[in-house]
Ligand binder design. Structure first.
Ligand SMILES: [Fe+2]
Length: 448
């Protein structure tokens, strides 16, 4: 006998949730089964947690939100909760904690997941805001995928023989070289953020109308070739391209090129997941901090787009007068529309994915590289913390810059036109690049 009203929609939602949880776990396993225990417990960079911390933290959050908050179950191991509370221990401290060893962390994650799938079969998906439309299950799936991206960053920072391989992205389409350098996004207000996306996180809410003056936006992200011109032109030696804080950081940190690049004879090479290879000129630049992106834009006579400009370019459909979920429409990303989900371990060449273009003609707004914007991470008008303050509220302020669009390392479940990421302007190990903009003042577009 069942006590809840079962509908076909309910079944489809439960199937979707189960698929997202299983997809996330396959990725987590792929990132933690490919190295030995010594690599799992080691801290590969003071910026990152040991991989085994991420693994048990994923399970602990799943237990807290699904088994305890939704299911009302008793804690499985209450004594470990403080170890896996991200706010209690900064990353640099985590290797010194009495963490669960790899086999126990795996068993814990497996136990929690088994109970969650049982719970999912019977839990109500209405009646409280936490479970309506499966929100909290979606939040947990997104959380695991976000940690999978973090673990992929740890892999990029790890020294040693390569352990991860994926096919390279295909060549760009024939029109990639003849695309206009920039596209016009016309004047007018648009709907920013969302009030209706069921699994949107608190900082994406609520939907609100924002006026945006007309502007030109790069059709594609800035490439390695274009970035190299800045280096060769002495961009790293010229303070006038940098903000005062950016110049100070450039000097202190000794920045001379993107992270993981080095000179080999007369050419630039980079190390990517343990493989050193020539820097591919047509690929969007990766592993630059906000200060570098901002300096490049000034050198090019341009600027970074604001977050509102980015979102309008990515979501506004001028014909229908509404905002879409994605540049191409409302349907979930297809593999021919965006480079997401770690299908490839690198961005695709600039101009790829014409099927994923926005109405303006801009390409690769979703996937490939996170894009730095000019904007600080701030709440939208009417923001309310949900379901906990520590997700977004404690991070709002001018010390963080917003990134948009997701990278090749981001899962489709944790990527949409409204999704907001944020980080310090000095951060370089993340999979971030950028594109640039300029005010539209009646001139014609700059050709490539
Ligand atoms: Fe987390």
């Amino acid at each position: 006998m069942t006590t809840r009203a079962e509908t076909p929609h309910d079944d489809a939602l439960r199937d979707q949730i189960a698929t997202e949880l299983i997809t996330a776990r396959e990725r987590t396993s792929g990132l933690t089964d490919c190295v030995g225990d010594a690599d799992l417990v080691r801290q590969h960079s003071p910026l990152m947690s040991p991989l085994v911390w991420d693994l048990a933290h994923i399970a602990n959050q799943e237990e807290l939100w699904l088994l305890r908050a939704v299911g009302g179950r008793e804690p499985l191991h209450p004594e470990i909760d403080p170890l896996y509370d991200a706010f209690e221990h900064p990353r640099s401290e985590r290797p010194t904690l009495p963490l669960l060893p790899p086999d126990e962390a795996r068993r814990y994650a497996h136990d929690v997941r088994g109970r969650v799938l049982d719970l999912l079969a019977a839990a109500p998906l209405e009646g409280s805001r936490l479970v309506t439309s499966g929100f909290v299950f979606g939040m947990v799936a997104q959380h695991e995928q976000q940690h999978d991206e973090t673990m992929l960053i740890t892999h990029q920072l790890r020294q040693g023989a390569p352990v991860l391989t994926t096919p390279r992205p295909g060549p760009p389409p024939p029109d990639a070289l003849s695309l206009p350098r920039e596209v016009l996004v016309p004047d007018g207000p648009f709907t920013m953020g969302t009030s209706g996306e069921p699994w949107a996180l608190d900082n994406e809410r609520p939907a609100h109308t924002v006026p945006v003056a007309p502007f030109w936006l790069d059709t594609v992200p800035v490439t390695n070739a274009a970035y190299t011109e800045f280096i060769e032109d002495g961009g790293y030696r010229e303070p006038r391209w940098w903000t005062p804080a950016g110049w100070e950081h450039r000097q202190q940190a000794g920045l001379t090129a993107p992270l993981f690049w080095r000179r080999d004879g007369g050419a630039w090479v980079r190390t990517r997941f343990g493989v050193t290879e020539p820097v591919p000129p047509a690929e969007p630049v990766l592993h630059v901090c906000w200060y570098e992106a901002d300096a490049w834009a000034r050198w090019a006579g341009r600027r970074l787009p604001t977050e509102a400009e980015w979102e309008k370019a990515a979501r506004h459909d001028p014909a229908a007068g509404r905002s879409r979920r994605y540049p191409w429409g409302d349907a979930a990303p297809r593999p021919d529309q965006a480079n997401l989900g770690q299908r490839h371990l690198q961005p695709a060449p600039a101009g790829s994915y014409p099927a994923g273009a926005a109405p303006s003609g801009a390409r690769q707004l979703i996937g490939d590289v996170w894009e730095w914007t000019a904007s600080d991470f701030l709440p939208y008008p009417g923001f309310a913390p949900w379901p906990y303050r520590e997700y977004s509220d404690v991070f709002f302020g001018p010390e963080y810059k917003v990134l948009r669009g997701g990278s090749f390392a981001v899962s489709p479940v944790a990527c949409r036109g409204t999704f907001r990421n944020w980080d310090y302007p000095v951060r370089r190990q993340i999979f971030a690049g950028f594109r640039t903009a300029r005010d539209a003042d009646g001139e014609q577009a700059v050709r490539a």
